[in-house]
Design a protein around this ligand. Sequence first.
Ligand SMILES: *Cc1c(COP(=O)(O)O)cnc(C)c1O
Length: 393
Amino acid sequence: MTERTLWARDELNRMREEGRVVPIRTIEGPQGAYVTIDGRKMLNMCSNNYLGLANHPEVRKAAIEAIEKFGVGAGAVRTIAGTNTLHVEAERKLARFKGMDASIVFQGGLLANSGTIPVMVSKDDVVFSEELNHASIIDGVRLSGAKKIVYRHLDMDDLETKLKENRKDGKKALIISDGVFSMDGDIAPLDVMTELGEKYDAMIYVDDAHGEGVLGKNGRGIVDHFGLHDRVDIEMGTFSKALGTMGGFSAGSSDIVELLHQRARPFLFSSALNPADTAAVLKSIEILERDDSLVRKLWKNAETLKKGLNELGYNTGSSKTPITPVIVGDEKKTLELSNSLYREGIFASPIVFPTVARGSARIRLMPSAVHSEDDIGLAVEKFRSIGKSIGVI
Ligand SMILES: *Cc1c(COP(=O)(O)O)cnc(C)c1O
């Protein structure tokens, strides 16, 4: 260490004083309804493993077999020597699952956004970006150099006003939004967005990270949920949430996808997704196409959880999906609730400013298809006893 990097310690100390240093818990085994932390078995209420596919026996087996057949690394970037049959098959299968013409696989959802957006728009173009969009969309728009106009959360009147004012002839325009908002679980009005896109000649780009495996027929996602298959230009997604592994993709027209294969920087300049991850996602999609029992179980658990918490008097916000925010408001009370739950065996991380607005601190619960009815009951019971003892209900 040199003296030149001591500024980092000062910075951390400042953050600690403001209560903004998040403790990072280390998990000692696979994801599931329960996880082991510090040698203790904890009820896991905060991972994105919606369907339990992160440790599903068939998915594990597919990943192991891929390692035996293809090894552990893809070997190069996709455009030089890194494309294998698993990638090609995954791209075909994802396009079919999503009801789009074609798709391109990236090494993560963040990279899908930061790679795709700058190919869709550039310096002279304009992007209409929803206020609560994910950080990776914000980064992608920045990298594109396009002019950014932010419209208010879910507010289609505001979007239309801004389209009227800023949509210029001869330039491309793009409306971009998360499909499901990860902190509140509410859903973008993609149907209205699409009509506005058609009216003002603006392309439509939706990030379906929290819609995959959750919304639509057999978890096909938000475009399927609204029945907008030939009307949305890009449906971007990730493999890291409901699909249980790692990686991301963008689906769209064959021309757009071919252009992305030629131009998207994470595709050209970062090595390809590993065989195990690619084979895992292929298997996850096969499982979803086969039957919707995991998706139905997820929704049933979410309904039980929300009902239980609401009956206790908790505010679970405006969620329309299994994402269940328990909005406490006060930052310190939220940390106290989370810490007390943790002591009693419930793993439910607090979410505070700057991830959500000041004064809207919360615990975001993520029920999954691998929780049993008793697991959900246990979570509600602990929220009752601890909530009463610390005075949040
Ligand atoms: C998680 C998430 C991403 C990033 O996906 P990764 O595959 O984890 O990189 C992008 N967009 C949204 C809305 C997300 O929730």
